[in-house]
Design a protein around this ligand. Structure first.
Ligand code: GLU
Length: 289
């Protein structure tokens, strides 16, 4: 039962699905939504829906409705109101101020052409005087040796190396928009989500978000990454590469395919409705390595 729905604190599990409003839900995003939903409901936890709308140039009109309709058709009903990251900007600014006051931020003039191979600042901007008037991004410095690895609930022990955590990364873009890494690190910790379940393509982002949470003294959630769905050529399904929208006329088949992908027990053939399939999947949800 949800705390939000009932007002009672009946659970200590809080999870979320956090799509960007850049298009429809496809088979890959359904898997991420389904995994986080099942993990939460199996633990009698809350499951929230957060719209990561901090990148207006990439937003696609109508996608919030398309995503919420599709989740509802698949029985993935969230707790409480929809949450929009764009409402949190004051908290991101506060986090940046805090990082700056501790000396972790620097202004960077790099464009694509001047970045290092791994995307770090490639021209020592940290040591330059960069005025307010010069278009710049804000980067946070990193120290991979100061970040312990983490235990991924699905993939097991993960360790950080210089290859997984670059020397620095962007927390505010030169166009003034807050970077996904900063927004996710702050919003996943405040108010505290206990468990983040999402696609394995975000594993590298997790190191960055853990780093920011450590610097900001925020309580990190437990992370678990599930296998991404790939197309025939082995590329991750994504809206950018034209992944087809889910066929909302056959949610039962979509759910069964998602469960197969997640290595879950197949619901019996007697489970014909979305409700039956989800009830079985919640009960038998297993987190394997
Ligand atoms: N909005 C991001 C995405 O859709 C965030 C994912 C996440 O942190 O779960 O890729």
């Amino acid at each position: 039962m949800s705390t939000l729905a009932t007002g009672k604190d009946t659970t200590c599990y809080r999870g979320r699905f956090a799509p960007s409003p850049t298009g429809h839900l496809h088979a890959g995003s359904l898997v991420a939504a389904l995994a986080s939903f099942l993990d939460a409901r199996h633990s009698s936890g809350e499951w929230q829906l957060r719209v990561d709308d901090i990148d207006p140039p990439r937003a696609v009109a109508g996608s919030v409705e398309a995503i919420t309709d599709s989740l509802s058709v698949h029985g993935l009903v969230w707790d409480g109101p929809l949450v929009f990251q764009s409402a949190s900007e004051i908290r991101y600014e506060r986090a940046l101020k805090r990082l700056a006051s501790m000396g972790w931020l620097f202004r960077c003039l790099c464009t694509r052409a001047t970045l290092s191979e791994r995307g770090s600042c490639g021209q020592d901007c940290e040591y330059r005087e960069i005025g307010d008037g010069e278009p710049h991004s804000l980067r946070v410095k990193t120290h991979p040796e100061r970040l312990p690895g983490f235990e991924d609930r699905f993939l097991g022990e993960q360790s950080v190396s210089a290859a997984t955590l670059p020397q620095d990364f962007i927390v505010k873009r030169r166009d003034g928009l807050y970077a996904y890494q900063l927004a996710a690190a702050v919003d996943d910790a405040q108010p505290h989500f206990t468990h983040i379940v999402r696609g394995a393509d975000l594993l590298d982002s997790t190191y960055r978000q853990l780093w920011l949470q450590q610097l900001l003294k925020l309580k990190a959630p437990a992370y678990g990454h599930v296998p991404v769905v790939q197309d025939d050529a082995g590329n991750k399904l994504s809206k950018q590469t034209g992944a087809a929208a889910l066929d909302s006329r056959q949610p039962e088949n979509n759910l069964r395919a998602g469960l197969r992908h997640l290595g879950q027990a197949a619901p019996p053939s007697s489970a014909r409705s979305v409700t039956d399939i989800l009830a079985h999947a919640v009960e038998y949800w297993t987190v394997g390595k």
